[in-house]
Design a protein around this ligand. Structure first.
Ligand SMILES: [Zn+2]
Length: 399
C-alpha cells in the first residue's frame, strides 16, 4: 500500500451531508444545526510528519492549509510519554498537562485560532469549564483576537485567573455546564464569532495531532490500549481522528483499543455503551469534582460510540471515591494533575483489577490537565494532610 497525506479543505455536515467552505463563519450546520466535520477526511503518511516544525504544525500535511505567517504555536504538542507502574502493571502516562497552558486543549486552540486569524477574525466567543478557556484565551492573545469566554461560576479559580490574565472578557454563568454553553451561543447570535471548542471541527483536528504522537511515541510499537477521560469526548474523538489519519493512509493496520472513562455523575456514554445504543441519550446527572468531564450529553455522541465499537474498546464509569483514591495514588508518585485526569486513572485501576489488560501489552493513559490551576480542588479531594507540620515542631506524630 502506498501511503499519502490528504489535507481537508471544506466543512461537511455529519447529519445532512451539506458542504461549506472553510472561510464560512460557521461552527455548526446552518441548515440542520448538525455538528460539522472536515472534508475530505485527513490522511497522514508517516514520512510527511515534519519533525523540524514547531508544535502541531509537524502534522500540517493532514491539517487544513494555513499560511505560514498565520501558523500560531506556543510550543504545544510533543509531550513526554513516561513509563510508569500502576498497581504493578507497566503503563505509559502521556503528560498532556505539560502543554503551554497546562492541558491538551492547546492543540485544538492552536489550530482553531490560527485559522480564524488567517480569515481576519477580530473577536470570538467560547464557553468552557476552564482548561479550554485558558487555551483559547492564550492563543487568541497570540493571534491578537479579542475573546469573550463564558465559564461556570464554580470553575477552578486558577483557570479563570489564567483566562483573565490573557485579556479575555470573562462571563461567569451560574448553572450547569450546558447552561454555560447556551449562554455563549445566545451571545454569539447577537453578533460575534462563536468558536466553541466542543462544536468546532478545527478544534478537534488540532487535538487529532495526539493520535500520531501516541503511535510513534516511545512505547516500542503501536499501543494496545489508550485510556482517556470522557465528557464531551473531544480528547477521545481527537485521538480517534488522529489514528484514522494514519489508518486511511494505510499506515496503521491494527487500531489501539480506546477506553472511555466517565464519572458516575455524568455517565451518558457509559449508559449508551452498556445498552448497546447507537447514540447516548440524556441520563440522570450528579455532582463531580472532575469538572472537565461535566457533560450531560455529548454533541458528537454517535461518533464516540462509533470510535469505541471500531476499536473494540469499552466505556466505564467510576465513582467520586474511586477518583479521589486514584488521585491520591498518583500524587504519591510525584505527578500533580487535576482531578479530571484521575477519572481515567480510576478506570485503569478497574481494568487491571478485572484482568482486562494484557499484562505484557502497551497501554497508554492520557493525563489531561495540570494540577497547578486546581490546587484547591485537589486539596479538597485528597482531604486534610495527615501531618501538617513536622512532628518535632507540632508535637504530634504522623505514625
Ligand atoms: Zn446539516
Amino acid at each position: 500500500v502506498s501511503t499519502r497525506s490528504i489535507r481537508p479543505s471544506a466543512y461537511r455536515c455529519s447529519a445532512c451531508d451539506q458542504f461549506y467552505a472553510l472561510e464560512e463563519p460557521i461552527w455548526r450546520c446552518p441548515r440542520c444545526a448538525g455538528p460539522l466535520e472536515l472534508d475530505p477526511p485527513g490522511q497522514l503518511a508517516p514520512d510527511d510528519i515534519d519533525w523540524q516544525e514547531s508544535g502541531i504544525w509537524r502534522y500540517a500535511a493532514a491539517l487544513p492549509f494555513v499560511e505560514s505567517e498565520h501558523r500560531l504555536s506556543l510550543g504545544e504538542s510533543g509531550t513526554p510519554l513516561v513509563p510508569s507502574l500502576w498497581h504493578g502493571q507497566p503503563v505509559w502516562f502521556k503528560h498532556e498537562f505539560l502543554q503551554p497552558t497546562g492541558s491538551y486543549k492547546d492543540r485544538g486552540a492552536a489550530l482553531l485560532m490560527s485559522l480564524l486569524q488567517s480569515l481576519g477574525v477580530e473577536e470570538c466567543i467560547e464557553d468552557s469549564s476552564g482548561n479550554a478557556a485558558a487555551a483559547i484565551s492564550a492563543y487568541a492573545a497570540r493571534a491578537r483576537i479579542r475573546c469573550r469566554i463564558f465559564a461556570p461560576a464554580h470553575a477552578s479559580p486558577g483557570k479563570l485567573a489564567q483566562t483573565r490574565a490573557h485579556g479575555a472578557a470573562l462571563v461567569a454563568v451560574s448553572g450547569t455546564r450546558d447552561q454555560v454553553a447556551k449562554a455563549a451561543i445566545a451571545a454569539a447570535a447577537d453578533g460575534g464569532r462563536y468558536a466553541g471548542h466542543n462544536w468546532h471541527p478545527l478544534f478537534l483536528a488540532g487535538v487529532a495531532t495526539l493520535g500520531p504522537e501516541l503511535v510513534f511515541g516511545a512505547v516500542g510499537g503501536v499501543p494496545d490500549t489508550i485510556i482517556a477521560p470522557v465528557g464531551y469526548g473531544n480528547l477521545l474523538l481527537g485521538i480517534w481522528e488522529g489514528l484514522s489519519w494514519l489508518r486511511r493512509a494505510g499506515a496503521l493496520p491494527v487500531l489501539p483499543r480506546l477506553v472511555a472513562v466517565q464519572t458516575e455523575a455524568f455517565p451518558a456514554v457509559v449508559r449508551a455503551w452498556e445498552a448497546g445504543t447507537v447514540e447516548p441519550v440524556p441520563v440522570e446527572t450528579g455532582a463531580t469534582v472532575a469538572e472537565g468531564v461535566e457533560c450531560a450529553l455529548p454533541i458528537r455522541g454517535a461518533a464516540i460510540m462509533n470510535a469505541l465499537r471500531e476499536t473494540s474498546g469499552t466505556a466505564l464509569a467510576v465513582s467520586e471515591h474511586e477518583i479521589a483514591v486514584a488521585l491520591r495514588e498518583l500524587v504519591a508518585q510525584g505527578i500533580y494533575v487535576e482531578p479530571t485526569s484521575a477519572v481515567a486513572l480510576a478506570g485503569l485501576s478497574r481494568l487491571i483489577t478485572a484482568g482486562e489488560l494484557d499484562p505484557a501489552g502497551r497501554h497508554i493513559l492520557i493525563l489531561t490537565g495540570s494540577g497547578q490551576k486546581a490546587a484547591a480542588a485537589i486539596e479538597a479531594t485528597l482531604g486534610q494532610p495527615q501531618c501538617p507540620m513536622p512532628a518535632r515542631v507540632s508535637g504530634r506524630s504522623c505514625g
